[in-house]
Design a protein around this ligand. Structure first.
Ligand SMILES: [Zn+2]
Length: 338
């Protein structure tokens, strides 16, 4: 196996007004992803920390939305008869239905709970287990209807900085006959690795990370949790599931393990006064050299005057940034996974 952890230490010297104009050195690190060679930039000067935001007014003003219990079974779209003759798919509190504004061939929404708003410390493993179960059932039924739809994501955009205009917690389930850029990169580099080594990249990486002990968080059941060496977002936590390329083959215990890891990560974010996040599960069928992966990242906390965390670096230089060293994140987040 050939997994290299390459990095560049950069340093900027300046005379700082914060230190009486003494010369100070500010380090930055550029890391190369061992799998796809993509560069990430770890910026060590953080933004001033915010207090926890009070969401009560925002939640009060927006409640009674299309996802609230009084509307979700009457005002949301229904699936085609061939996919779900009952119209919408429900498990426990979670309700799935087609997205009125899909961004691809198959776009669905899964409303996670009856509550219009939850703080990050109020999500439970049961909420995510039910939500993921509905998402997976949508994917199973849709692929039985259209086997060309092999490329799926189960994602969450939480709050305005995460790209969601609706406060009510929900997942996005999106499937297409073509992969997204990220899926293609994962697939191409993972296949090349498999061809050269005869093993799965993520399994080999986990073995190495376990030995190093710096970025490996823990396993919950068959899901291995770790901080990436070269993160593509703030506070990035990854979960890899051995033995699966698609979510459609996960058993209930494996779904529950993913749910627990999500909730552990959100509890850590809450303690750090973060409120907004994104996650994606990358699920691909018919690619035996692929291994199921999920990523969770935090976004800038919501605040009265919005600050976007995507600068020209991310949107025009295609170089993604993080404001915490993965090794520090791993140390801090481990207790939340116990
Ligand atoms: Zn609502």
């Amino acid at each position: 196996m050939d997994i290299k952890f390459e990095r560049y230490h950069l340093q900027s010297d300046l005379r700082s007004p914060l230190k009486g104009f003494e010369t100070v050195s500010v380090p930055t690190e550029v890391r190369i992803d061992p799998l796809n060679k993509r560069k990430s930039r770890i910026i060590t000067l953080g933004l001033p920390s915010q207090d926890k935001f009070d969401f009560s007014q925002m939640a009060e003003e927006s409640k009674g939305c299309f996802f609230c219990p009084e509307n979700v079974f009457s005002k949301t779209p229904q699936f085609l008869e061939e996919i779900a003759p009952e119209g919408r798919i429900s498990i426990g509190r979670a309700v799935g239905f087609p997205n009125l504004n899909p961004v691809g061939t198959y776009g669905s929404v899964v409303v996670l709970c009856q509550e219009h708003f939850l703080n990050l410390n109020q999500f439970t493993p049961e909420i995510y287990e039910e939500g993921l179960s509905v998402a997976i059932e949508i994917i199973r039924r849709t692929t039985a209807f259209d086997s060309d739809a092999r490329y799926w994501q189960i994602s969450q955009n939480f709050l305005l900085p995460g790209g969601s205009s609706i406060l009510h917690p929900h997942l996005q389930v999106i499937g297409d006959p073509i992969p997204t850029n990220e899926m293609e990169w994962l697939l191409d580099s993972g296949s090349s690795y498999h061809k050269e080594n005869g093993t799965f990249y993520w399994n080999d990486l986990i073995q190495i990370e376990k030995g190093l002990g710096k970025r490996y968080i823990t396993n919950i059941g068959s899901v291995q949790w770790f901080a990436s060496f070269a993160p593509i977002g703030f506070n990035e936590v990854c979960g890899s599931v051995e033995g699966h390329e698609s979510v459609t083959t996960l058993n209930q215990e494996e779904i529950a393990s993913l749910a627990k890891g999500i909730v552990s990560t959100l509890k850590y974010y809450y303690e750090k006064n973060l409120s907004s996040f994104n996650f994606s599960i990358y699920s691909i069928s018919g690619e035996p050299s692929y291994q199921l992966l999920m990523r969770i990242i935090s976004r800038t906390p919501i605040q009265p005057y919005y600050l976007n965390d995507c600068t020209s670096y991310e949107v025009l230089q295609s170089e993604l940034t993080s404001n915490i060293f993965p090794e520090e994140l791993c140390r801090e987040i481990r207790p939340y996974f116990t």
